[in-house]
Design a protein around this ligand. Structure first.
Ligand SMILES: [Zn+2]
Length: 213
C-alpha cells in the first residue's frame, strides 16, 4: 500500500485530493510531543469562487503557487498531531482574484480540523473541566470555548424546567478580556450540558433562574 493511502486510512482522512509527502516528523516542545505530517491539497477548480466564471483552460484560471496552513488533528497516542497542508492557489484571469482549494477536513480560514471540533463537542457533553479537554487535545481553552458556544446555540432550553441537580462551571469566554467570564450549567444527573450563560455575575445568574417558574 502506498504511504499516501496508508496514512489517509490510518487517520481516516477521506479527502482524495490530499497527497501526503512523507513519514511523520516529531518535535518536542515544553514537554509536549507533536507529530507533524505534511501534504498537498490540489485539484482543478471548476469555477472561480469569486466571480463564478467556469475554469475551462489556463485562459480562465492559472495555478499560482501554494499557501501552507497548519491544521490541528485529533491527538494520536497522547501526542499532538498537526498536518502542514499546502493548499493550491489559483488566480482568476477574469476578475484577477486569488482563491485556495478547499477540503472537508477543515473549514476555510480555520486551523482546527472538523474531526477535532466534533471530538471536543462530544467531550463537552460530559461533566469535566474545559482546561482538561484543551490539554488532552493540545488546543487552547479559547478553542474549546468556541466549540462550546457553537454547541450552546443548539441547546436552546425551554425555560420551563430545570434539571434537578445543576453543576455550574465558569470559563473565560473572550480571548483577551479578563473580566469576561461565562457560566456553563450542567445537568449533574444526566451528565449533560444544559445551558451557557454569557455572564457569571450574581445578578445575571439570579435573573436567569428567575425565568423558571
Ligand atoms: Zn474570477
Amino acid at each position: 500500500m502506498a504511504i499516501d493511502n496508508f496514512i489517509a486510512n490510518f487517520l481516516e482522512i477521506k479527502d482524495p485530493n490530499i497527497e501526503f509527502h512523507e513519514a511523520f516528523q516529531t518535535i518536542k516542545e515544553n514537554g509536549v510531543t507533536t507529530k507533524i505530517l505534511s501534504g498537498t491539497l490540489s485539484y482543478p477548480l471548476e469555477a472561480c469562487p469569486k466571480c463564478g466564471v467556469r475554469n475551462k483552460s489556463t485562459q480562465d484560471m492559472i495555478k499560482y503557487g501554494f499557501a501552507e496552513s497548519t491544521i490541528k488533528l485529533p491527538s494520536m497516542n497522547f501526542n499532538a498531531l498537526v498536518l502542514k497542508l499546502k493548499k493550491q492557489k489559483y488566480q482568476c484571469k477574469h476578475c484577477g482574484e486569488y482563491s485556495l482549494v478547499t477540503t472537508p477536513l477543515v473549514d476555510p480560514g480555520c486551523f482546527i480540523s472538523n474531526d477535532l471540533k466534533r471530538m471536543v463537542a462530544v467531550e463537552l457533553g460530559e461533566v469535566q473541566s474545559m482546561t482538561l479537554i484543551a490539554r488532552r487535545y493540545s488546543i487552547s481553552d479559547y478553542t474549546v470555548v468556541k466549540v462550546l458556544k457553537k454547541a450552546g446555540k443548539a441547546l436552546a432550553p425551554s425555560y420551563r424546567t430545570l434539571p434537578e441537580h445543576i453543576g455550574i462551571d465558569e470559563f473565560k469566554s473572550v480571548k483577551s478580556v479578563q473580566e469576561s467570564m461565562s457560566c456553563i450549567l450542567m445537568d449533574a444527573h444526566e451528565k449533560k450540558l444544559f445551558d451557557i450563560l454569557p455572564d457569571r455575575k450574581q445578578n445575571a445568574i439570579r435573573d436567569y433562574f428567575m425565568r423558571y417558574s
